[in-house]
Every structure is written in structure tokens, then in C-alpha cells.
Design a protein around this ligand. Structure first.
Ligand code: 13P
Ligand code: SF4
Length: 334
């Protein structure tokens, strides 16, 4: 028997339920059984480990996951992703139980924008509307006019009149890319993703010389020099669809490596090469995303912990700009 009070204290310390499991247990079928029993849905981001993707009900990019979270009829949402994603699901479903297998699964990009500093920054620019990338805390969302993701950022920016002054936060690389695409001059918050800034231009160029027929595809969170080498730039769903629809057979993929699982599943005859980082470690694996494991997912579903809990006022303030994003996205059929 698990003492829930002790379990909660443990979660406060380490972020997850630290209970030893029988190594013989068939986690896959146990998770599927629990899902049915509890009318729960598992939403997983493409950057999750492949075993988590394989047990999920829906795998997607940030926009797809937010849309699924909004529309689900399940009683419980288990979010296999990072904290800002589960928090977004809770904001969209205040009355549902939203669980995150490891509460410490954060995000370097989200951490780069502390709400108190951001408030001082936006107060200095009272004429600017604030568009924030979904990879931010509820505190930042509450200070924003509209949220965007990598798949709708351009359309969201273009939905504002050309003369409208804009602050874009927290990802400076995505912001710079959208400035280039739209000809706007948005003020950019100086944040970035530790995974997408690690790619080595030199090594990518060498790979391309070795595989001249390969297409380079990149996520817009990458730095400009990497984006300049890319044949296609898009969100994780955009990148996956590009590889499915392209007649090309070899792809150098500049984003987190978790996406390769779905790319390879969809196109078993194609070759996917992860873009190399600028050192010798596997730094293009997101350490935050990879905190979730199948064991933690099972425990979280079984004991319904760790749960995302939010202050009601903050939740409501953060909801408006997300609703606005979903409304504009639906207008454009995204
Ligand atoms: P998308 O899911 O919008 O492609 O963003 C990738 C990402 O970095 C999520 O943390
Ligand atoms: Fe955050 Fe980057 Fe990890 Fe995405 S890949 S969760 S943006 S640190």
C-alpha cells in the first residue's frame, strides 16, 4: 500500500512517485488497462521516448496537443510532455484532472522568461501587443495578448495589422525567423531552447557533403545559420509531414531526436540522420522531455499523481490568450 501523504512529500522533493516496480510487469498492457478503467487519455509530444509514443492516444506538436486537450471527452488527461504543456491542458480543462509523470519536466526556453522581469519589460513598451510562444509559463501567458506555437506563429503575427507594434517572447530564434518571413520588426525577448541551439553548422555542412542528396529539415527554434542551410523549416508536425510527402529518401533532421520514431514509422524505406550537436554528447535529446519514462507514466496513471494544480485567477488570465490562439488557428483551418 502506498501512503499518499508520503508520496506527495516525495513528489515535492524529486518530482515523481518513486515506487519500485516489479521488473517483470507488462507496463504496456497495465497502462492500457488503467486508461480504460479511468477514462483517461494519454497525450504525448513527439520528443517523448518511443515506448511512451507507442502507448499514447495522440502524439503531436504543441498546437495539436493543445487542440486535443481542449476537445477531449476523457475524464483525465495524462500529459507525456513538459510542464508548460500539461499546464496548458489544465488551463483549457480547469475541471479535469491533468497529470504529468514527472513534475520536474521543465523547459529551458520557458525558464528563460521569468514573469516578474517580463512584466517590467512589457511595461516599458505600452503600445506593443504581446505574442508569446506556448513554451512559457502560465505567468507569461497571463501577461500576453495572444499565444502561438511553431505551426501557427506566422499566421498569428499576420492576424495583427502591419502597423501594430509587437513584442515576441520568449524564443528569439523563432521570433527572428517570423520577423524575416513577415517583414515585421517585432521586439524579441532574449530566450532560447538549449536543444535547438546545440547544432553544429560545420558538422551539418560536412554531413551534407557526404550525403549530397539529403534534404536538411529544421525546427524554427534553431539559430539562423542552421535555418539558412535548411530545405524545409517547420514545427515537429510540419517536419514529419514533409518527410512523409517528399519523394526524397535521406533527411538530416535538426530538431530533438524523439521525432525520428514517427518519421521512421511513417517512412520505413527512408533514412533519417539526426543533425549533430557541436560537442560529442547526445545533447539534441531534450533532458526535460526525457525525464518522463514508461514506469513514471504507469505510476502517475495508477495513483493519479503528480497532478497539475493551479491558482484560479492565474488560470483564467492565462486562458484568454490561449483561446485567442485557438480561435485564430481555427479561422485559418490550422
Ligand atoms: P512544436 O511542438 O510546436 O513543434 O515545438 C517543439 C518544442 O520545442 C516543444 O517543446
Ligand atoms: Fe523546452 Fe527545448 Fe525541451 Fe522543447 S526541446 S521542451 S523548447 S528545452
Amino acid at each position: 500500500m502506498v501512503d499518499i501523504h508520503i508520496a506527495k512529500e516525495e513528489i515535492n522533493k524529486v518530482g515523481f512517485l518513486n515506487i519500485e516496480l516489479d521488473p517483470e510487469m507488462d507496463l504496456f498492457s497495465e497502462i492500457i488497462k488503467l486508461k480504460k478503467e479511468k477514462n483517461a487519455i494519454i497525450l504525448a509530444h513527439y520528443y517523448q521516448d518511443s515506448d511512451i509514443q507507442d502507448v499514447a492516444d495522440f502524439i503531436g506538436d504543441s498546437l495539436g496537443l493543445a487542440q486535443q486537450a481542449k476537445n477531449t471527452t476523457a475524464d483525465m488527461i495524462v500529459f507525456a510532455g513538459v510542464h508548460f504543456m500539461a499546464e496548458t491542458a489544465k488551463i483549457l480543462n480547469p475541471l479535469k484532472k491533468v497529470l504529468l509523470p514527472d513534475l520536474k519536466a521543465g523547459c529551458s526556453l520557458s525558464d528563460s522568461a521569468p514573469p516578474a522581469l517580463f512584466k517590467i519589460f512589457i511595461d516599458k513598451h505600452p503600445k506593443h501587443k504581446v505574442i508569446s510562444y506556448i513554451n512559457c509559463s502560465a505567468g507569461i501567458k497571463a501577461l500576453s495578448d495572444i499565444i502561438c506555437t511553431s505551426s501557427n506563429a506566422q499566421k498569428i503575427v499576420e492576424s495583427l495589422p502591419p502597423e501594430q507594434l509587437i513584442i515576441f517572447a520568449p524564443d528569439k530564434n523563432l521570433g527572428a525567423y517570423i520577423n524575416k518571413q513577415t517583414g515585421r520588426n517585432m521586439i524579441l525577448w532574449d530566450g532560447s531552447c538549449m536543444v535547438h541551439e546545440i547544432f553544429s553548422l560545420e558538422k551539418i555542412v560536412k554531413l551534407k557533403i557526404r550525403h549530397p542528396q539529403a534534404k536538411i529539415i529544421a525546427h524554427p527554434e534553431c539559430e539562423e545559420a542552421i535555418l539558412q542551410t535548411a530545405d524545409y523549416i517547420g514545427s515537429t508536425t510540419g517536419l514529419l509531414n514533409f518527410t512523409k510527402n517528399s519523394p526524397d529518401k535521406i533527411f538530416i533532421v535538426a530538431t530533438e531526436t524523439g521525432i525520428l520514431h514517427q518519421m521512421q514509422n511513417a517512412s520505413p524505406d527512408k533514412i533519417f540522420i539526426p543533425a549533430p550537436p557541436d560537442n560529442n554528447c547526445a545533447c539534441n535529446n531534450c533532458p526535460h522531455m526525457k525525464l518522463n519514462t514508461l514506469e513514471k507514466l504507469y505510476l502517475c496513471l495508477k495513483y493519479e499523481l503528480p497532478e497539475i494544480l493551479m491558482d484560479e485567477e492565474l488560470l483564467l488570465a492565462a486562458k484568454n490568450p490561449i483561446d485567442e490562439m485557438l480561435r485564430i488557428s481555427a479561422q485559418y483551418g490550422l
